[in-house]
Design a protein around this ligand. Sequence first.
Ligand SMILES: Nc1nc2c(ncn2[C@@H]2O[C@H](COP(=O)(O)OP(=O)(O)O)[C@@H](O)[C@H]2O)c(=O)[nH]1
Ligand SMILES: [Mg+2]
Length: 237
Amino acid sequence: MSNPIVAVVGRPNVGKSTLFNRIAGERISIVEDTPGVTRDRIYAHGEWLGKNFSMIDTGGIEMSDQPLSTQIREQAEVAIDEADVIVMVVNVENGVTDADEQVAKILYRSNKPVVLAVNKVDNPERRTQIYDFYSLGLGEPYPISSVHGVGLGDLLDEVIKHFPEKNDEIDDKKIRFSFIGRPNVGKSSIVNAMLGEERVIVSDIAGTTRDSINTEFKTPDGQEFTMVDTAGIKKKR
Ligand SMILES: Nc1nc2c(ncn2[C@@H]2O[C@H](COP(=O)(O)OP(=O)(O)O)[C@@H](O)[C@H]2O)c(=O)[nH]1
Ligand SMILES: [Mg+2]
């Protein structure tokens, strides 16, 4: 499975690229750099608490000939299409702006998790100003200072919480195999005969086995197998 994707969005000059480079650190690597499409490095690798992810700096997508509202909309749409988690960056120095509200509205309508980063919180006095950003409707604002590297830990803790579960990881030392065939040809009986025990429901009524059943077993020489009985897979009427 490929790494989760985190997209950084927000209007120009809020500090998206600074944050992006901070998180990428020394390990910044260009995954894709198509001339004419990207101006800056927009893809990088990130890692936090042992979790690897890919990052997109949507601000690096070349669209400077477009009106601001178009740029913002298109960048937010790239994020929604590509990312598992979106980090929206705002600037504490400006408070909530119309452009921030425009970005937030687009993100709000998507079903993607959004983490709100209030950047340029360089000193403790500025922390008191982060609460205004609750009005964007994107939940708790996380104060950060990208130039000083402050608050990034809490921000990333929140980001990785939203990564999708890797629930279909397969241990490749195991051999997986399955029986397929029409109902009632004897798939479950073969499984049971191989195992020497009644692990799978067998019946002469077609369609008795309703779900696919994984059976794990090991041969005397240590080879592990996972037998997937697919008898339950039926066409919907
Ligand atoms: N004071 C302060 N300035 C910052 C911070 N992060 C970025 N900047 C500055 O804000 C300006 C815009 O940053 P940039 O990352 O290019 O913004 P982008 O357009 O959103 O990618 C630059 O001059 C940065 O040095 C921060 O945490 N504190
Ligand atoms: Mg930038």
